[in-house]
Design a protein around this ligand. Structure first.
Ligand code: SF4
Length: 224
């Protein structure tokens, strides 16, 4: 059974690979961190089984066009092969014949890897089209970083910037993104964006990796 905070349909407003895609979000309750800046009220939950979750996703996306995004809290504390298999078998192609697509966003913490219920985390993550690691503290788990397709760093950074080279080396397949922190203070948000653009330019030269700057676009649209 899984502690689920909410399941809803929206668009993917973050990241790079599926930005703007129609998406069903499965938000798990609970996290292994307690960041001071956390803006996700994820603690409330309903206990659900794999069939209930798969049926709810199917109801929200009967055509199968959506990418299913697991988020939290920290999804890897609960996500396992049983649920992944259930979702993949429930509807494996959409109306256009595209295969079901899964994505997960994790804080990547080593402790998450140690506590993950998946028997083989690497094997399970292989089923995902997008594995976004957005670290809030170090160290990151080796398996998670090896499977990461996107490395998303909030800006200003919650982790020491002098460790970036080491982290990038851990995640050879990941596209790096700076996500300026959203703020209700418009002046502060614009400052975060400007600073992120400067930092992306600097790190692109420094690390020979192309850094993108992508804010939370769904916020501009008034969406969740
Ligand atoms: S890792 Fe994310 S969900 Fe967990 S406390 Fe930090 S900001 Fe909140």
């Amino acid at each position: 059974m899984y502690r689920v905070n909410e399941i809803f349909r929206s668009i993917q407003g973050e990241g790079d690979m599926h930005l703007g895609s129609q998406a069903v979000f499965v938000r798990f309750s609970g996290c292994n961190m307690s960041c001071a800046f956390c803006d996700t009220a994820h603690e409330q939950h309903t206990v659900m089984g794999p069939d209930e979750i798969a049926n709810r996703v199917l109801k929200l996306d009967p055509e199968g066009h959506c990418i299913v995004v697991f988020t939290g809290g920290e999804p890897l504390l609960q996500l396992d092969e049983r649920l992944v298999d259930r979702l993949l078998e429930k509807k494996d192609t959409d109306d256009f014949g595209n295969e079901k697509r899964l994505a997960v966003e994790t804080n990547g913490a080593k402790v998450t890897e140690d506590l993950s219920p998946a028997n083989d985390l690497g094997k399970m993550l292989n089923e995902f089209e997008e594995v976004t690691v957005s670290p809030k503290a170090l160290p990151c788990g080796e398996v998670i970083m090896r499977e990461a397709t996107t490395f998303k760093l909030l800006w200003p950074s919650p982790i020491p910037t002098e460790d970036i080279a080491k982290i990038l080396a851990q995640a050879p397949h990941a596209l790096p993104i700076l996500q300026p922190r959203t703020s209700k203070d418009n002046y502060l948000f614009k400052q975060h964006c400007k600073d992120a653009v400067s930092q992306a330019r600097l790190w692109t030269e420094q690390y020979s990796k192309y850094w993108r700057v992508i804010p939370q676009t769904h916020v501009f649209m008034g969406l969740r």
